[in-house]
Each structure stands twice: as C-alpha cells, then as structure tokens.
Design a protein around this ligand. Structure first.
Ligand code: BYC
Length: 315
C-alpha cells in the first residue's frame, strides 16, 4: 500500500506537478522540507542582524531608506517561509524554539561581522547574489507552497543585489580610502559567500535525494560554479580583485577554475564557532523574550473579543 502511494507520489513529481499540503507524501520528504524551509526562514530573520547594524550609520538618507526597506523585506521573507513551513504540520513556536536552542541551523554567512559600510554593499552583491543563484531554481521546487513563496522572494532579492552592487560601484569611483574599503570588504566576504552553497557534492548527505524529489534542481557545486563565473565578470566592472590566486578561465570546461575552499572554517561556523554565532542567537532570544508582553496582550485581546462575540450571539 505504502509502496503504491510512494510510486504515485514520485510519478507526480516526475510529471512536474506540484505536491500540495493535503497530498500524501513520504515522511522523509516532509521532514526534509521542514528542515530546509525552516533553515531558510531562520536565515532570513538572522540575516537582518548584520545589516540592521548599519541602518543608523548609513551615509545618506537615500542609503538609509534603501537599507531599511531591504531589512524589512528580509523579515517578510522569513514570515512567508515560516507560513510555508507550517503547512507541513509544524507550528511556528516550535520552529522558533529550534532556532533558539540550536537544534535548527541557519546560514553560515550571517555569522560574520559587518565592520564597515562597504560590507553592506558586499552583502548585497555577494550574499544576495549567492541567494538568488540558489533560490531562483527553488521557484520550481516540487512543494507548491515553498515554490510560490520563492517567486516573490526572488524578485525582492534581485533589488537587494542591485542596491549592493550600486553601493560598491560608487565606492569604486571614490577616494583611495573608499577603494581600499571596497577591496577589504570583498576580501572578507568572498570565501564565506562561496561556502554558503553548502558542502561539496561528495560530502552532501541530502543532495541526491532532494534532487530526485525535485526540491533541489541543481547540486551545491553546480550553483557554486555558476556564482563564481558570474562574479568574476562583475568584479571587473567594480575594479576589484577576488581574493583567490587560483581563479582562472578554463577553456575546456567553459568555466572559471577556483582555489580550494577551507572546509574546516565552514564546519566550524556551522557548528556554532564562527565569529558571531553566539551574538546572533543571543540577539534572537532577547527579541523573543522582550516580545513576551506583546504576545500576551494580543492573546488577551483576542480572548476578550471572542468572549464578547459569544455573549452577543447568546443575547
Ligand atoms: N550554512 O546535504 P547538504 C538568504 C548544512 S538566506 C549552514 O548540502 P541541503 C538571505 C545542511 O543544513 C540563505 N548550514 O544539505 C537572507 C545540512 O545539515 P543538517 C539561506 C549549512 O539542505 C538575508 C548539512 O550542512 N538560503 O538567502 O541539501 C539576506 C549538509 O548539507 C549550509 C537557504 O536556506 C550553510 N551555508 O543543502 C540575504 C536556501 N549549507 O540540516 C540573503 C534553501 C549546508 O543535515 N536551502 N548546511 O543538519 C538550500 O538550498 C539547502 O538547504 C542548502 C543545503 C543548499 C543550504
């Protein structure tokens, strides 16, 4: 019986039809999606912290407005994604608990500090650029609610990438000090962005099955390669050097070769030992605790309202 259901499920995926919340699905598919979508939602929310750090110090009103809008967009992305995740039968409080107690991951990239204004440009260019590379294919993910949420997310991420690139382009035409600041930010954000795509395919336990289920449409290494190819060309426009001595065009492959990734650094950051992991989780927990009175007040208000409605009906 289970076997027949599983075959019909896979056949539906192979026909490129979407799986919807009430459809039968294997438990492992449901768990994989909860893991991935919740990690993605947490990344959007934690991702607000390094950029939020610069809102009060943005160099002009125009930059401040754009940065505020971007950070608010990330909050929105987190909310759509939590909603998409809830359609799989898990509630939001449980997801928050998992973030706070460290059982759920969020993207490694947000455990690095934003030291100068150029970091805001570098995040837009590289981090949002990597996010777009990874997320555009997710618009074709087999799970309907996730795929649909990603359409809007990707449109907004494109705007974020452009605002980051424009910050850097302005710096690239500025004083020597500004040019140095740009190069320094790219030096620090390049490798963490390359790592963001996850472990190489041979070390990725989930990729093969997620590709079969059409949750993922490309492997981690395929997306990483596309990212490097695109960035190399864009770096020329910014007149900036990517911090990789081994990066060079490979005529045979039709791609840029690039240097070895420091996987030890990646796993250290994923395990909680990056420069800002403790600070990021502490900030999220504090926001949750500080918001307790708002949740209590909202609940009391909604209880009172339903009581009033009930009394009205009785009368
Ligand atoms: N950081 O078998 P793998 C954003 C974990 S937000 C931490 O390849 P999978 C943005 C992985 O979870 C960016 N952990 O796994 C927001 C797994 O551990 P578990 C987030 C990572 O799921 C604001 C283990 O390593 N984007 O865009 O097939 C401003 C083995 O990995 C990372 C998404 O979440 C990492 N970088 O592939 C700007 C997109 N990489 O769970 C931008 C959706 C891997 O077994 N997610 N791990 O304990 C995905 O596409 C996939 O989940 C991943 C990983 C490609 C990230």
């Amino acid at each position: 019986m289970e076997n027949n259901l599983e075959q019909a499920f896979q056949a539906k995926i192979d026909r490129e039809e979407k799986i919807e919340p009430k459809d039968w699905m294997p438990e492992a598919y449901r768990k994989t999606l909860i893991r991935q979508i919740s990690q993605h939602a947490h990344s959007e929310i934690v991702g607000m912290l390094p950029e939020g750090n610069w809102i009060t110090r943005a160099p002009s009103l125009r930059r401040k407005v754009a940065l505020m809008a971007k950070v608010q967009d990330e909050a929105g992305h987190g909310l759509y994604l939590y909603s998409a995740c809830e359609t799989l039968g898990i509630n939001r409080d449980t997801l928050y608990e998992q973030l706070h107690d460290g059982t759920a991951k969020y993207s490694s990239i947000f455990n690095y500090p934003t030291l100068t204004w150029a970091d805001i440009g570098a995040i837009g260019w590289l981090v949002d650029g990597a996010a777009i590379m990874n997320q555009v294919p997710l618009c074709r993910c087999s799970y309907g609610p996730y795929a649909r949420a990603m359409v809007r997310v990707c449109k907004e991420e494109s705007f974020h990438q452009r605002q980051g690139f424009e910050i850097l382009l302005t710096l690239s035409k500025g004083s020597d000090e500004q040019k140095n600041m740009l190069q320094d930010a790219v030096n620090r954000w390049w490798w963490p962005s390359v790592m963001m795509f996850g472990p190489s395919d041979k070390d990725s336990p989930h990729t093969a099955r997620s590709m079969n289920w059409k949750i993922k449409r490309f492997t981690n290494d395929e997306l990483r390669q596309k990212f490097v190819d695109v960035c190399y060309e864009q770096a020329k426009v910014l007149n900036v050097k990517l911090p990789d001595e081994d990066i060079k065009w490979n005529e045979e492959r039709g791609h840029y070769d690039f240097g070895a990734i420091d996987w030890d650094e990646f796993w250290q950051v994923v395990k909680g030992n990056g420069p800002c992991n403790k600070q990021r989780v502490a900030a999220r927990k504090k926001a949750w605790d500080d918001g307790a009175w708002v949740r209590e007040a909202a609940l009391a208000h909604s209880n009172k309202r339903s009581e009033r409605l009930k009394n009205k009906k009785v009368a």
